[in-house]
Design a protein around this ligand. Structure first.
Ligand code: ZN
Length: 237
């Protein structure tokens, strides 16, 4: 049984459609979304619509939280602030209502899903180092905690990190796995990113796919969103 975990879509419809096309072509029976469906990108309503239709569980991200007016956006940079105001203006009432109902975490027998960090999912901490991961691991008992938020795909144990595309996991170890970003990768690779976890084989794979970045670029410009938000997609930063 394979699970797809997607995160940080950021209203990038072309990237999200490429991800679902892949998911439909492979043997994936469950899809989880770790939040930040909206913010930065030009298609918030379309992306919320697809996520609502397709995902088995959806978690609140800090940009979703900002779009419903609950996040303190003082700490957002100017691009994030501008795109938050744009998103609030453009989201339908029905989609805003949907975002208001999102939980901060989801759990199964052996897995935990949050947007930012397992210790305080609504405080939007970043897990960026092995040391961060070691501290965060004290807050859950399950085998794996899947996270998003930094937009950089990586597997953390309490001792090290690994960024290889496909990795074999050990069933007696704890992991924190950042699944990468669908709509705004920041690891120097512009291809959309998400994660497939195969529970039987105990493997995790970071899937990278090309998508029509030029189309997203043009939509960002046309929407009057900051040019920087289009430019960064070209290089993945
Ligand atoms: Zn994000």
């Amino acid at each position: 049984m394979a699970i797809a975990i997607i995160s940080d879509i950021h209203a990038n419809l072309e990237a999200l459609e490429a991800v679902f096309k892949y998911i439909d072509a492979y043997d994936i029976d469950t899809i989880y979304c770790l939040g930040d469906i909206v913010g930065y990108g030009p298609n918030p309503n379309e992306c919320v619509g697809l996520i609502r239709d397709r995902c088995d569980a959806v978690i609140m991200g800090n940009h979703d939280y900002a779009a419903i007016g609950l996040a303190n956006i003082e700490y957002f940079n100017e691009y994030a602030k501008m795109s938050t105001y744009w998103t609030i203006e453009n989201l339908s009432e029905d989609n805003l209502k949907y975002l208001r109902g999102l939980p901060f975490s989801h759990q199964t027998d052996k897995l935990v899903f949050v947007h930012s960090s397992p210790s305080k999912p609504s405080s939007w901490y970043y897990v960026l180092s092995v040391q961060d991961a070691r501290i965060e691991m004290q807050s859950f008992e399950e085998h794996i905690c899947f996270i998003g938020h930094s937009h950089v795909p990586v597997v953390f144990t309490g001792q090290n990190f690994n960024r290889e595309t496909t990795q074999k996991l050990q069933s007696n170890r704890k992991y924190i796995i950042n699944v990468g970003s669908v709509g705004q990768p920041r690891d120097g690779n512009p291809n959309t990113c998400f994660t497939v976890f195969d529970e039987e084989k105990s493997t995790v794979q970071f899937v990278r796919l090309e998508y029509d970045i030029d189309a997203t670029y043009e939509k960002i410009v046309k929407a009057g969103l900051p040019l920087f938000l289009a430019e960064r997609l070209l290089k993945g930063y």
